[in-house]
Design a protein around this ligand. Structure first.
Ligand code: SF4
Length: 289
């Protein structure tokens, strides 16, 4: 079901002072719920209090709010989108709210980092080129090189090969792009072979960085949904998860050591950055010269 809601704010400051792999100061979520329906999605965890993750809530005043909030900020810091839902889920094609948000972000000269599983981001290549004069990064989450498997894991999202193709187009246009390999699912996508293929494929299409974490997180609400899908698509695997992880939040792959080793070796060989370059504010004094 698709519903419209009135939001109180659109940019949430990131309060976590710990390690931030994405260099984001504000999170922007125009939608709630996500049509991609990935079987492992953390955003459906009970702690986020989303009644039904299949419902898509559209923040109908998102663009007005963004305009107000951007115009009130004196410091230009990176706006991130894509952590709680995908800004390019199918409904975006019809509504174009992410595009309107990017127009404002450019008008107010803010840096942006987009995380997506959709090739729809290519639609906004003109805006991303413009924002790149400040800073724009597009990270594609791709968990498997196998399209059939990606259909099972991420049923509402374009398949992996379409994401690689989009990465190629953006990269060829000079937009800073990279791959996020996460989650890495124990007994499903946690082979060294899978990680190797993903890294080589991303490198071939022009990605500049690769971020990977060899495992997944699981919380109440998310876990039950995931286990249900494991039973449906990967019989026998749920029992291994229960035995190995119980109610653990951070679930490292039993193959984590080998994956990490391969990841760093391949990244070093391909000259792939294992961290992103973040936006660096320009010193106004430097502009005098
Ligand atoms: S794209 Fe991200 S937010 Fe959307 S369902 Fe998949 S994991 Fe969840």
């Amino acid at each position: 079901m698709i519903k419209r809601i009135h939001a109180k704010s659109i940019l949430s400051p990131l309060t976590n002072k710990g390690f931030d792999p994405f260099g984001i100061a504000y999170n922007m979520n125009i939608y709630r719920g996500c049509q991609h329906q990935c079987i492992y999605c953390d955003s459906r965890s009970a702690c986020y209090q989303i009644e039904n993750f299949a419902d898509i809530l559209i923040k109908e005043n998102a663009i007005d709010l963004l305009k107000q909030e951007l115009s009130a900020k004196r410091k230009k810091q990176t706006i991130g989108t894509g952590s709680m839902n995908d800004p390019y889920m199918p409904i975006e094609e019809e509504l174009g709210l992410t595009r309107q948000a990017l127009e404002l972000i450019y008008r107010y000269q803010f840096p942006v980092h987009i995380i997506t599983k959709s090739n729809m981001v290519v639609r906004d290549i003109d805006l991303l080129r413009n924002i790149s004069k400040i800073y724009a990064a597009v990270s594609f989450t791709i968990t498997t090189n196998d399209d059939e498997l990606s259909r099972k894991l991420e049923p509402g999202a374009p398949v992996s090969s379409e994401r690689f193709e989009a990465m190629k187009v953006l990269s060829a246009a000079g937009i800073y792009t990279g791959i996020i390999i996460s989650p890495v699912l124990p007994w499903i996508t946690d082979s060294v072979e899978n990680i190797t293929e993903l890294l080589h494929h991303a490198h071939q299409v022009g990605a500049k960085y690769a971020l990977a974490w060899p495992g997944l997180t699981q919380r109440h609400g998310q876990r039950e949904w995931f286990y249900d899908k494991l039973d449906k698509y990967f019989p026998g695997i749920k029992e291994k998860y229960i035995d190995m992880f119980g109610n653990t939040y951070e679930c490292d792959s039993p193959n984590a050591e080998a994956i990490n080793k391969a990841y760093y070796q391949i990244c070093s060989k391909l000259r792939f950055a294992t961290q992103m370059n973040f936006y660096k504010p320009v010193d106004p004094q430097m502009n005098l010269f």
